[in-house]
Ligand binder design. Structure first.
Ligand code: HAM
Length: 415
């Protein structure tokens, strides 16, 4: 038997799964509050869905192979191409704007590092069929509200926003050519992670002159709407989206920051990423507008469970246990077992989580087990009390005890 999961793949022990479930439940709850409907697609797709739609970086990371029917297939590395395919197939029938979310598991053959694995779960929220900046603001607000629902504030996370149209116009206005834009965007995308001289080399290799090269770094350094205006950009949709977020009371979470361009090829407008405020971790979420992927306006974001999970643990806002036992039932002797079984079943019927020892053991041993299982209280059924129609309820946190009629325990005492 192999000792370990594959590199970059996770085993979810109960405490890990309880965090994952907490993350999924919060995602679902906020997406629901925003009126998004859940969908899903297949984890395996035709390879060309990604080679046509995703852009180089992701294509290089694909888990792809030829299946037994000689088809070129790939495990999904992202959800957006599947969403585009599904929407395109029913575009006439679907009422616009479409507001859909999904929580797919995704696979990318990445170099494993902190916050980057070879599989992750990713909340995707997308709006299709709306060109106005209020749609951008809506999605960004949802991403921020998810953070708030986890108990994180503007001191914990920041949403960094920019607009590819603005960056493009700034670059073209400073002598970068259309043909060089791709490299310039890639350089800006990496400007916080890769040393400047390596990036200058990248620009030089694409034929970008030294003055234009400096301009690329200047553009990446622009912060705030006023700086954009001073640089000669109107940045209308971006400003409107930021204003809408302020109206919603989320202004403190937001900063306009031209370093954000996003790695994926298909983005065309406002783009954004959510980071921990200290920028110690990788991006928690990223997205933007991708009007070219479908024949209509579209925008969305992806939020992974890996960086988010790390942040929740670091800030101590992750749930502690997967189940909370309402009671641990203890039979003092073999004759007490039928009463314990009856009681266990009645309490479970009422929705209370209950456990009891699956083998005969002394009361002390069973109390230890009850504490180890994190039960709030133990119910001890012994011959003496039982003949009087009673059981002992012991609060395991305060170690206080009370004798309670069995009838009451069966009929809502713990509700
Ligand atoms: P992405 O930036 O590639 O965008 O991924 C979004 C988020 O997923 C990242 O910010 C990160 O939290 C998480 N993530 C990505 N790759 C990994 C990995 N290898 N390990 C752990 N977490 C990861 C997209 O995928 C776009 N399709 C999102 C989108 C939806 N855009 C529009 N709609």
């Amino acid at each position: 038997m192999q000792g370990k999961a594959l590199p970059g793949f996770r085993d979810f022990y109960p405490e890990d799964l309880s965090l994952r479930n907490h993350i999924f439940a919060t995602w679902r709850s906020v997406a629901g509050r925003y009126g998004f409907e859940e969908y899903d697609g297949p984890p395996l797709e035709a390879l060309d869905l990604y080679t046509k739609k995703s852009g180089d970086e992701i294509v290089q990371q694909l888990y792809s192979f030829r299946d037994k029917g000689d088809r070129e297939v790939a495990l999904r590395p992202e959800m957006t191409p599947t969403l585009a395919r599904m929407v395109a197939a029913r575009v006439q029938a679907l009422r616009k704007p479409i507001r859909w979310f999904s929580i797919p598991q995704l696979f990318r053959y990445e170099r494993q590092q902190r916050g980057r694995l070879r599989e992750h779960f990713q909340l995707n929220m997308d709006i299709i069929g709306e060109a106005g900046p209020l749609a951008d603001a809506e999605l960004m607000a949802a991403a921020v509200d998810i953070m708030r629902a986890f108990g994180l504030g503007p001191g914990d996370v920041q949403l960094r926003i920019s607009d590819r149209r603005v960056i493009k116009s700034l670059l073209l206005g400073r002598g970068v050519t259309e043909a060089q834009l791709g490299t310039a965007f890639a350089v800006i995308d990496r400007s916080e992670r890769v040393p400047k001289n390596a990036l200058e080399e990248m620009l030089r290799e694409s034929g970008v002159g030294s003055r234009e090269s400096e301009a690329v770094f200047d553009v990446a350094g622009l912060r705030g709407v006023d700086a954009l205006k001073a640089a000669g950009e109107v940045a209308e949709p971006l400003t409107q989206a930021v204003d809408a977020l302020k109206e919603m009371g989320l202004g403190e979470f937001v900063s306009v920051d031209m370093t954000i361009v996003r790695g994926l090829a298909y983005y065309t407008g406002i783009v954004f990423e959510l980071f921990d405020a200290q920028k110690k971790l990788r991006a928690i979420a990223g997205g933007g507008r991708y009007d070219g992927l479908l024949d209509q306006p579209a925008l969305g974001f992806g939020m992974g469970d890996v960086v988010l999970g790390e942040l929740l643990k670091e800030r101590d806002v992750a749930p502690k246990a997967s189940i909370e036992l309402g009671a641990f039932l203890i039979a003092v002797g073999g004759d007490d077992l039928p009463t314990v079984l009856q009681l266990a079943h009645a309490l479970r019927e009422r929705g209370i989580a209950v456990e009891y020892g699956l083998r005969q053991a002394g009361v002390r041993k069973q109390l230890e087990l009850a504490s180890a299982r994190g039960a709030a209280r133990a119910v001890i059924v012994g011959p003496e009390e039982r003949s009087a129609g009673l059981a002992v309820v012991r609060d395991l946190r305060t170690s206080t005890e009370a004798k309670v009629p069995l009838r009451q325990l069966l009929n809502g005492y713990f509700d």
